[in-house]
Design a protein around this ligand. Structure first.
Ligand code: C5P
Length: 243
């Protein structure tokens, strides 16, 4: 099963803090950490922040969660495809036509720039959505897990590479998707007693056992006194299964 380096969520609000983390992570020359750049950093600093990460030899997961009409998403993804990122995201709720347009735009942009095609991951339901919101606001009368499984199948049929989901959902998703479909899981804590605002967390080794292809880890690395040591310990646990 494909398993990739932990993705470090760079959730900081200044360029200096982001660049410091990039420098620290890039100092680990034995591995190529993947940094997750989200809306906050990207909206503030633009494509330049992606370039800064890449210049340091880091791989980039650009998590912008595109969600709009198919034509707009196609055009946006074409731009992302030219940035040389390794992973990016879009929303299940946009429907099959939008998902296909996203993938096409991304591939088109990458080809135009002569770059490898980034992997496109689908956001199924945000973890901030619970059964109550699903039923009473979205008027969906199915259990959340069935909605997530369905969205994973929709993503696969539309040609996407995988989904972002909770580690607890991986097993169920694997029952309805092909073996090479990717499941990337946030909500990771090396020490389960420190879970911040995450409600259901698993350790890196548990995520490995549950079948995650990749993990997204933010604060346990970025707020550590020694982010490189924290990264290496989490990497070891996830990649090698050592607690
Ligand atoms: O600091 P922490 O490890 O909780 O950060 C997790 C990262 O994963 C954050 O960037 C958060 O936005 C993201 N994420 C998440 N749950 C999802 C999707 C993304 O925690 N379902």
């Amino acid at each position: 099963m494909e398993r990739f380096e932990p993705m470090v969520a760079i959730d900081v609000d200044t360029k200096e803090a982001a660049l410091k983390l990039f420098d620290q992570l890039a100092g680990d020359t034995n591995h190529t950490p993947i940094v997750k750049i989200g809306m906050e950093l990207y909206y503030a600093f633009g494509p330049g922040i992606v370039k800064q990460a890449k210049q340091r030899g880091l791989a980039v997961f650009l998590d912008l969660k595109s969600y709009d009409i198919p034509n707009t998403v196609h055009r946006a993804m074409r731009v992302i495809g030219k940035l040389g990122v390794r992973y990016t995201t879009t929303h299940a709720a946009g429907g099959t036509e939008m998902l296909k347009a996203a993938k096409e735009g991304l591939v088109e942009g990458a080809h135009e720039a002569g770059l490898p095609e980034p992997k496109l991951l689908e956001i199924t339901e945000l973890t901030s959505i619970d059964e109550n919101i699903l039923k009473n606001e979205q008027h969906v009368d199915l259990p959340l897990i069935d909605v997530v499984k369905n969205y994973a199948q929709v993503a696969e049929r539309a040609g996407l590479d995988g989904v972002i989901c909770s580690a607890q959902e991986v097993e169920a998703i694997r029952t309805v998707t092909k073996p090479d479909f990717l499941c990337v899981t946030p909500g990771i804590r090396p020490n389960l007693s420190v879970h911040d605002d995450q409600k259901r967390v698993v350790t890196p080794a548990q995520a490995r056992k549950l079948g995650s292809n990749g993990i997204v880890v933010g604060r346990p690395i970025t707020q550590s006194d020694n982010p490189v040591a924290a990264y290496q310990a989490i990497r070891q646990a996830f990649m090698e299964g050592e607690e």
